[in-house]
Design a binder for this molecule. Structure first.
Ligand SMILES: Cc1cc2nc3c(=O)[nH]c(=O)nc-3n(C[C@H](O)[C@H](O)[C@H](O)COP(=O)(O)OP(=O)(O)OC[C@H]3O[C@@H](n4cnc5c(N)ncnc54)[C@H](O)[C@@H]3O)c2cc1C
Length: 391
């Protein structure tokens, strides 16, 4: 399928399925321009079964070639499918991001064998992936990473530590950046590997977050064997993979809200009760969310612009969740024992604090926008002579 007719058809196909598979009350909310709220509000809705069918239909990976488990749809058609999913506010698990990113890395840099081996299982979410990039001393300045991969007769052995590795505690595979050049080689001496998370020598330790969840981890690697067939891209060329994966991550993070209630739900909650000041603040957030929605729909945010959309989305959601808590008033002071909706609002506020850090901090987004998109003078680098790029 090609052209706008096929875009409309892909939207229609997804929408028809959504209307048939979601509870009637859910669809009625969407039709009335209201937020359906979380899946837990629909006791008869079998979320796990619904998700399994959605993955089976490949709507999330619709742009991947059919041979790798996608539908072979054009980017515009895939965006139309995603827009329909977003409009019905379906519960997309957060591990979708790691699947899309690892998938992007494999599609761009993997061999045909690697793609055939990994992509179909990613498309159905039967194998979860994690991203093993950040280290305790290498977050924004990722090019300073120290985890080492040394050659041995069978391939490579990897030793080092990663941190903030989301879903590593139930990932089957990890996309790893390791140093293969000298300590000073920075971005020129990094190689990307696919690591079997069940390998000997890997220890995953969950970290507790502000929200109380433990969705990310420390990952310790001690002499972990990695076959050379698991190398993604050339030796010492992992920075290219890292950059394209990070760009895709920012594009993805710019497409949807991570954490907290959406603006429609907030308006529903305060409809008829909000005073003039609250109404002004809600209207300002509403305008911003609409603009972000249109930008995502038009595909704005590919390439370097992804940093700008990621930044806007992060800051907008943090402001939205702060407003939600502030309108809640003193009720939001205690999450434990609060009414369910208040507890969800406080949770969303706490979760949204990570928006300006995950996938590259807002400060780094501003640096990249200034230097690479607008051509402004470069920021001073952390250490004299360190040279290399940030994330
Ligand atoms: C929810 C969440 C999930 C994550 N998941 C993953 C994952 O799955 N895999 C993974 O590899 N990583 C993951 N990360 C890590 C994330 O990429 C890093 O936290 C992020 O890049 C920042 O690195 P850092 O935490 O080391 O902070 P630092 O780099 O130490 O930065 C500290 C502060 O200094 C500022 N700063 C640093 N350098 C500059 C500069 N040059 N100019 C201006 N300000 C600067 C930063 O903006 C920040 O405010 C995740 C993080 C979060 C919050």
């Amino acid at each position: 399928m090609n052209g706008s007719g096929s875009v409309a058809r892909s939207h229609l196909e997804v929408e028809e399925w959504l209307r048939a598979s979601l509870p009637d009350a859910w669809v009625a909310c969407v039709d009335a321009g209201r937020s359906p709220g979380s899946a837990s509000r629909y006791p008869d809705f079998d979320e796990a079964a619904w998700l399994a069918e959605m993955f089976d239909r490949r709507y999330l990976m619709a742009s991947w070639p059919a041979v790798y488990g996608g539908l072979g749809w054009s980017p515009e058609m895939a965006r139309a499918a995603f827009e329909a999913l977003s409009r019905y506010e379906v519960p997309l698990p957060l591990y979708v991001t790691s699947l899309l990113l690892a998938g992007h890395g494999l599609l761009q840099h993997g061999t045909a064998e690697q793609r055939h081996r990994f992509l179909p299982k990613m498309a159905t979410a039967s194998e979860i992936w994690c991203q093993l990039f950040s280290e305790p001393e290498a977050g924004s300045d990722l090019a300073s990473l120290r985890t080492r991969a040394e050659r041995d007769t069978a391939g490579w052995v990897v030793t080092g530590q990663k941190v903030w590795s989301t879903w590593a505690h139930f990932a089957r595979w990890g996309l790893l950046l390791a140093r293969t050049g000298t300590a000073e080689s920075r971005h020129r001496g990094i190689t990307c590997f696919v690591v079997d998370m069940e390998s000997p020598g890997i220890e995953v330790r969950p970290l507790r977050q502000l929200t109380g969840d433990a969705s990310f981890n420390e990952v310790f690697m001690d002499q972990v064997p990695v076959d050379d067939s698991m190398r993604l891209g050339g030796v010492d060329e992992g920075w290219n993979v890292a950059r394209s994966v990070l760009q895709a991550e920012r594009g993805e993070l710019g497409q949807r809200r991570v954490g907290g209630a959406d603006i429609h739900r907030l308006i529903d909650r305060h409809r008829g009760k909000a005073g003039p000041e609250a109404r002004q603040r809600l209207a300002a957030r509403y305008a911003q969310e609409r603009i972000l929605g249109w930008m995502a729909w038009r595909g704005y945010g590919r390439g370097l612009e992804a940093q700008a959309v990621k930044l806007l989305r992060a800051e907008a959601n943090m402001a939205l969740q702060s407003l939600a808590v502030s309108l809640e008033g003193p009720r939001a002071g205690a999450r434990d024992g609060a009414e369910a909706e208040t507890a969800e609002i406080v949770y969303g506020f706490l979760r949204s604090r990570a928006n300006s850090i995950a996938g590259g901090t807002s400060e780094i987004m501003r640096n990249v926008i200034g230097e690479q998109l607008l051509g402004l003078p470069r920021e001073p680098r952390p250490a004299a002579g360190a040279g290399g790029p940030e994330r």
